[in-house]
Design a protein around this ligand. Structure first.
Ligand code: ATP
Ligand code: MG
Length: 403
């Protein structure tokens, strides 16, 4: 991502486009005598010409005062000063200026103190590029050189890196995550501190770590995951994480399960699952990653029976995903992939049976034909399916019961 499209100029000269609802919230607060600004990630992303995921607003008004000014609000995190304002069917987090106390092992600090100073609020933020505020009235507020760092493509802590990482060790992983999302480098002193404070990651919750790793892996520069290993963070991510050694690149499609599978592909299904469980990934992702790690390196000859067998082992969607994965991993070359896809299309067009669901006989049919109920029914059905995978024309009740 090029940061060279950055809008230049300072303060009021810089105009960024903010959604109408955000501008209305800010102006409502201003008209009531408070200060208010768009802040953090949304300012950073807009300056870079990226679409922000959400818009956060920071204000001198206390949560109760914010609630008094808007018709529909939700108490999202009153204790931490956050009220969500609902406007135009969207929600905007409005947070009172605050100074953070020590961080606990959650998303929020143990204690927060409200302040009336925007500067204090910006100081508590992690990186210079995340510590800028904007309003139409004031323009860009950039007290820590965030614009310059955006221009130069640098991730740099606000304040003394060692102190900031000691307050909240998740920040060391966020540094790598932002560097992967934006294609930025990590400033030297910040990087030194990342290495030094890496062991503190052991005290951060696995959910928070996983969220950052997933964002990192799904980013435009997923190869930056290597920094997690080079900086010595890996052993503190989770106990088996250091075993993850697959090279990830943008060639792998950006889905969560694909990027995780790329990283874990040199492990067997169990090994991959162990790491994903340690990091509390959801079961759907775990099962998809298992399928990919188990199948990506197996030979799949360009032959319909072999293909039907592979197809019968997973969903249609995962089979398509597997072919793309193998191409990205270099298991199959472009020509081989093309051939496999052609054959796959033919199999689908012909409507060949590839699962027990569409097999012409069921367990009940076998019992009706005189087989004893029990485990052997399942085994028999698998045998019949294998025959049908070889010879799709055999998929009739008549043939299979005779067989
Ligand atoms: P994105 O939403 O794209 O992941 P973001 O910068 O908006 O990126 P959030 O986690 O949504 O990140 O946080 C919003 C803002 O809150 C950040 O830009 C930063 O100013 C501040 N912030 C978030 N987490 C921390 C943290 N652990 N330490 C210090 N400041 C933080
Ligand atoms: Mg955000």
């Amino acid at each position: 991502m090029s940061s060279r499209t950055l809008e230049t100029g300072k303060g009021k000269e810089v105009r960024i486009r903010i959604p109408g609802a955000v501008d209305r919230i800010i102006r409502t607060l201003e008209e009531a005598g408070f200060e208010a600004f768009a802040v953090g990630g949304c300012v950073r992303d807009t300056l870079l010409g990226r679409e922000p995921e959400d818009w956060d607003i920071t204000t001198s008004a206390r949560p109760e005062q914010v609630k008094g000014l808007f018709r529909r609000t939700v108490d999202t995190g009153i204790r931490h000063g956050t009220v969500t304002v609902l406007l135009d069917r969207a929600g905007y987090e409005v947070t009172t200026y605050r100074v953070d106390g020590e961080y606990e092992d959650g998303r929020h600090p143990k204690s927060v103190e409200f302040t009336v100073s925007l500067t204090e609020d910006l100081k508590r933020r992690d990186f210079t590029i995340n510590a800028m505020a904007y309003s139409r009235k004031t323009g860009i507020v950039d007290e820590f050189g965030g614009m310059e760092d955006l221009r130069r493509g640098v991730i740099r802590c606000v304040g003394i890196p060692g102190d900031r990482f000691t307050e909240d060790a998740l920040r060391i992983l966020r540094a790598v995550r932002f560097s992967a999302q934006l294609g930025f480098s990590i400033e030297e002193e910040t990087l030194k501190a990342v290495k030094k404070i890496a062991p503190n990651l052991a005290h951060v919750s696995k959910e928070r770590i996983q969220t950052e790793l997933t964002k990192l892996l799904r980013s435009p520069y997923p190869e930056k995951i290597s920094l997690v290993f080079e900086t010595g963070m890996a052993p503190y991510v989770s106990s088996h994480f250091p075993e993850a050694n697959g090279a990830v690149s943008h060639k792998f499609s950006g889905e969560k399960h694909v990027r995780w599978a790329a990283l874990l592909r040199n492990l067997d299904g169990k090994g991959a699952e162990r790491i994903l469980k340690e990091l509390k990934l959801d079961n759907d992702t775990i099962s998809r990653v298992r399928t990919l790690t188990e199948w990506w390196s197996r030979p799949i000859p360009p032959e319909k029976y072999e293909l039907r067998r592979a197809m019968s082992a997973m969903s249609e969607e995962m089979f398509d995903c597997l072919l793309d994965f193998r191409l990205a991993a270099g298991t199959d070359g472009p020509d081989e992939t093309e051939r496999l896809k052609e054959l796959t299309d033919e199999i689908r067009e012909a409507g060949d049976c590839i699962s027990l669901k569409t097999l012409a006989v069921t367990g009940r049919d076998l019992i009706a034909a005189g087989m004893e109920p029990g485990r052997q029914i399942g085994e028999r059905l698998e045998e019949l399916l294998d025959d049908v995978l070889r010879n799709p024309e055999h998929n009739t009740k008549e043939y299979l019961l005779r067989f």
